[in-house]
Design a protein around this ligand. Structure first.
Ligand code: SF4
Ligand code: SF4
Length: 411
């Protein structure tokens, strides 16, 4: 609990946004020109799969307007200005130029499942019909030796070109024998190292592949670790969450098609376009947090009025992810939207550190009068201070918070 309090304090004293959403006209103009050139080079290459996006759209009965609506949402997810929309549309149509190999290790296949539930207009069609998915053992028809051969052929044929998606953790205990693959009994570790060797970039999808996830939860009997602990000297992108949001997976592929590079990453190798903000920064219940209106117990009046879930364990203030903006299941809803706080699934060690803790549950916090606070992050810090010393903040919450904030700024 002490660790958690310290950690929460640290989070409240750091800048909430870690991405610069407006990098200036020159930056975007240069990027635009670069992307245009990249797309025209890709266009000259022969498609790896003879399926045309336009045909897929027509066959699925998706009209151009709906497609452009999706393009516009995806451009915004990538934090690019609207001038990039035509290029994002073009990049989507060129998905069949980039080979993708997807391997599954110690996992539940939840990320593949999430991708199949991808947003309208049936991005799963856009991806799986148009994307040159050279290998995905859960989704493909081939099995056994045929599947083995398909994978070996793909890796050999597209040496240095393919994007390797990795789903699942890697068990390292007992010489890796908790996870083997194929008739040869190759361990997951050996398999990952062999598959990543000739990849253009490795994309770890879901929290198991990025930080070990649930398999790595204490006492971690299989010695599970994430891809970043093993794969070195390669462009590596982490897309954590349990499951990773399909919009972010699609976003990373489109970014690669557009620029030929990995997107800007944070210190945990997560794309900043998706993990540059805290859940808390864009949460629909944020006004209640700022007003000090909290659900005290599930099912109480606060819950019925959609008040803030912080005191019943929401980890939104310390979790970097874009769920509060793009949501899940075709944008229908997300955990906080249905009354269950964020459990921090896109952060390292979330299961041990975040999932069960309710550090604010015992706090005697009352809303300061006057509605929404002007200095919202400082008010959050004030709440933590009050919890630590076990006092109610009542109407003086803002003043306490303000002083604490000044103190931290001086430090
Ligand atoms: S519900 Fe969670 S993310 Fe939303 S405002 Fe409250 S603490 Fe922040
Ligand atoms: S709201 Fe939190 S726990 Fe839920 S998916 Fe997003 S980051 Fe994970």
């Amino acid at each position: 609990m002490v660790d958690s309090q310290d950690m929460v304090k640290k989070v409240f004293t750091q800048k909430s946004a870690r991405i610069d959403t407006n990098k200036g006209e020159n930056y975007y103009n240069n990027l635009f020109e670069k992307a245009k050139q990249r797309l025209s080079t890709l266009k000259k290459q022969a498609p790896l799969k003879d399926i045309d996006m336009v045909d897929v759209i027509e066959t699925e009965g998706i009209n151009r307007r709906d497609f452009m609506k999706w393009v516009s949402g995806t451009t915004a997810t990538l934090m690019l200005p609207p001038m990039f929309e035509p290029l994002v549309a073009e990049a989507t149509e060129l998905m069949n130029r980039v080979p993708v190999v997807w391997i599954e290790l110690q996992d539940c296949a939840g990320n593949s499942e999430a991708l199949l539930r991808s947003a309208s207009p049936t991005v799963d069609d856009l991806l799986f019909d148009v994307l040159s998915l050279e290998f995905h053992e859960t989704l493909q028809a081939a099995a056994g030796h045929d599947a083995d051969r398909q994978l070996e052929d793909a890796v050999e044929h597209f040496k240095g070109q393919y994007l390797l998606f990795v789903e699942g953790a890697i068990p390292m205990a007992n010489n890796g024998m908790y996870g083997t693959i194929g008739a040869s009994g190759e361990t997951f570790h050996e398999h990952l190292m062999r598959m990543s060797k000739d990849a253009a970039a490795v994309i770890a999808v879901g929290t198991c592949a990025t930080f070990g996830g649930i398999p790595a939860a204490a006492p971690n009997p299989t010695g599970a670790v994430g891809v970043m602990d093993l794969v070195k000297g390669k462009p590596l992108i982490n897309i954590p969450a349990c499951p990773a949001n399909p919009a972010n997976m699609v976003g990373v592929i489109l970014h690669y098609i557009l620029t030929g590079q990995v997107p800007e990453l944070d210190s945990l190798l997560r794309p900043k376009f998706a993990f540059g903000y805290r859940i808390h920064d864009n949460c629909e219940r944020r006004a209640h947090f700022d007003a000090g209106e909290f659900v005290e117990e599930f099912g109480d009046d606060g819950a019925k009025n959609n008040w803030c879930l912080y005191k019943v364990g929401c980890k939104g203030p310390m979790t970097f992810n874009n769920c509060s903006i793009i949501r899940y299941n075709e944008g229908t809803n997300w955990p906080v939207g249905v009354g269950r706080g964020c459990i921090g699934c896109s952060e390292p060690d979330f299961w041990d550190k975040y999932a069960y803790q309710r550090p604010m549950a015992g706090a005697n916090i009352k809303a300061p009068t006057g509605g929404v606070e002007k200095t919202v992050d400082e008010f959050g810090l004030g709440l933590l201070t009050a919890t630590a010393v076990g006092i109610g903040v009542h109407a003086v919450a803002s003043a306490v918070a303000g002083k604490k904030s000044e103190h931290n700024e001086e430090e």
